[in-house]
Write a protein that binds this ligand. Structure first.
Ligand SMILES: Nc1ncnc2c1ncn2[C@@H]1O[C@H](COP(=O)(O)OP(=O)(O)OP(=O)(O)O)[C@@H](O)[C@H]1O
Ligand SMILES: [Mg+2]
Length: 505
């Protein structure tokens, strides 16, 4: 398929999200789109997939103009899309999810046998292992992503749109996906690939288009250096390294002692885990996703009750405290799943920014919220964190993915705290914002906050951490210095303990 976009434009009211975009994707090409958070990438893809109607301009397939009124039209034309945010129905099986909206419905019923067969076929053809009968919400995010890809490939797909498909994948899963993409392109499929990770883009893209504030600003080459690509994206020089002085850790601010947490089936997700974070240091938790990181973060926040062990903040046991009490006592929390745990979708940007503080002075007096004060706090955060929004009163769900993440970051950085648990703090944010968030995390540390950084990005862990603890199977299997060889950390991450490991904190 040869795809051409001619002057494609999308306005939301007066706001121009995409402004006369021209783009050509020939068959068998991997075309990357780079751009800041809010640049208009997802909006452009949503027009291409029939979710949004263009305000102006044209989509052409093999020379002929097309109009998509729904994703069904786009699918029929051979377009498959993996969305930035999962669209899976949690309680449904893999097979049911793959077949939803596709042709195997008979008399209004899902044809389960055909659905299962389709999943097996696609997963075998592309080497994407999946159990058709698994229930989606029980699967790790990386596997859910695979379901999305299999779903997008299960039609007669000739153009595959991948909107930040790697944001939630582990490094081996990313490598696997890039290989799959190359094979698909070699077989003639066209691919549009959106990612904030320049290394991935350089590794697979044939062509790169950069968009900024809704306009195409450059065509760059995958052979250009990362610094050049970054500068083209955000329109200024970006520092790709983190500046920091050695940590000056003081007293124990967060102590996890023999913590055990059971999953739904009664199997330990955390198995007697011990970890200490001191005031003034960043401890990075490295590990392959699904080894207990999520449960640890939620147990610290208090949304998951441990079966054993204890949690202390500044020497006080908080194991049975309500999350709100922990937050009031100085716990900050950046959740890994922003849609589920981080934002109230029906609230405005301002309401989400003040979520943890509107009940208190100066935002509330005698139980009455001071709307002007709320707006002032929100406006300050919007400016400081460069949140691209039409204003504090805009609904948070209208924001681009990366800007939603910035709302959470702004909230968690807008009040003093003793302990900060930052889970995937830069997931989905652009390279300029990563630079900013990293600098802020170091600044937090330097004011004496204990930071527990949980990240699937080993680069991020190594760049920011003062100590690195490796989690495997619900236990800390070793602690290493952040300048240790990656291979050593990699060994620990897959469960090979080192000789003379210093053990738990
Ligand atoms: N339904 C909507 N109503 C109003 N504004 C919207 C809507 N959808 C998107 N926008 C705005 O359009 C702009 C572009 O958003 P889009 O989601 O396309 O950005 P993006 O380039 O995908 O960013 P990210 O990298 O953060 O995913 C944003 O400023 C966003 O707030
Ligand atoms: Mg997007």
């Amino acid at each position: 398929m040869r795809l051409e976009l001619r002057g494609l434009t999308k306005k939301f009211g007066d706001f121009v999200a995409d402004d006369a975009i021209d783009l050509v994707v020939p068959p068998g090409q991997i075309h990357a789109i780079l751009g800041e958070n809010g640049a208009g990438k997802s909006t452009l893809m949503n027009m291409l997939y029939g979710i949004l109607e263009p305000t102006d301009g044209q989509i052409r397939i093999d020379g002929a103009p097309v109009r998509f009124r729904s994703p069904g039209d786009a699918i029929a034309a051979g377009i498959g899309m993996v969305h930035q945010h999962f669209k899976l129905v949690g309680p449904f099986s893999v097979a049911d999810n793959v077949q939803l909206g596709r042709e195997h419905a008979r008399a209004g019923m899902l044809d389960r046998t055909a659905a299962r067969r389709a999943v097996r076929e696609v997963s075998e053809r592309y080497g994407l292992a999946l159990d058709p009968d698994a229930i989606c919400e029980n699967l790790p995010v990386g596997v859910q992503q695979r379901v999305e890809i299999v779903k997008a490939l299960s039609g007669h797909t000739e153009l595959l749109i991948l909107d930040e498909p790697t944001a939630v994948l582990t490094p081996p899963e990313v490598a696997e996906l890039l290989t799959i993409m190359r094979n698909l392109a070699a077989s003639g499929m066209s691919i549009i690939f959106i990612s904030h990770k320049l290394r991935e883009v350089k590794a697979v893209a044939d062509t790169i288009t950069v968009i900024r504030r809704g306009k195409v600003v450059a065509e760059v080459s995958p052979d250009d250096g990362e610094a050049e690509l970054a500068a083209a994206m955000v329109g200024r020089e970006v520092s790709l390294t983190v500046d920091k002085t050695p940590a000056q850790p003081t007293e124990k601010a967060l102590e996890i002692i023999d913590l055990t947490v059971l999953d739904d089936r009664g199997i330990p997700a955390l198995d007697g885990l011990n970890l200490t974070v001191r005031a003034g240091e960043i401890v990075g938790l490295a590990g392959v996703e699904g080894n207990g990181q999520t449960e640890l973060a939620r147990a610290i926040l208090g949304t998951l009750a441990p079966a054993g062990g204890s949690i202390e903040m500044a020497g006080t046991e908080v194991t049975r405290w309500h999350p709100y009490r922990r937050i009031a006592a100085g716990l900050g929390y950046i959740p890994e799943d922003r849609a589920r745990d981080g934002l109230v979708g029906d609230f405005t940007v301002a309401e989400n920014i003040v979520l943890n503080q509107y009940r208190e002075a100066p935002l509330s007096r005698r139980g009455v919220v001071d709307e002007r004060a709320v707006r002032a706090v929100a406006s300050k955060s919007i400016a400081e964190f460069d949140i691209r929004t039409q204003g504090p009163e805009e609904g948070v769900s209208a924001l681009s993915g990366g800007n939603q993440q910035k709302v959470i970051i702004a909230r968690e950085f807008s009040r003093p705290r003793k302990v900060l648990v930052a889970a995937q703090p830069t997931r989905g944010v652009d390279i300029g914002a990563i630079e900013f968030i990293h600098a802020r995390l170091v600044a937090e540390r330097d004011t004496g906050t204990a930071v527990l950084l949980i990240s699937a990005e080993l680069d991020e862990i190594l760049a920011l951490s003062d100590r690195v603890a490796v989690i495997y199977n619900g236990q800390i299997v070793g602690e290493v210095a952040p300048d240790s060889p990656r291979s050593e950390i990699g060994q620990l991450m897959i469960g090979h303990r080192l000789e003379n490991s210093p053990g738990d904190a």
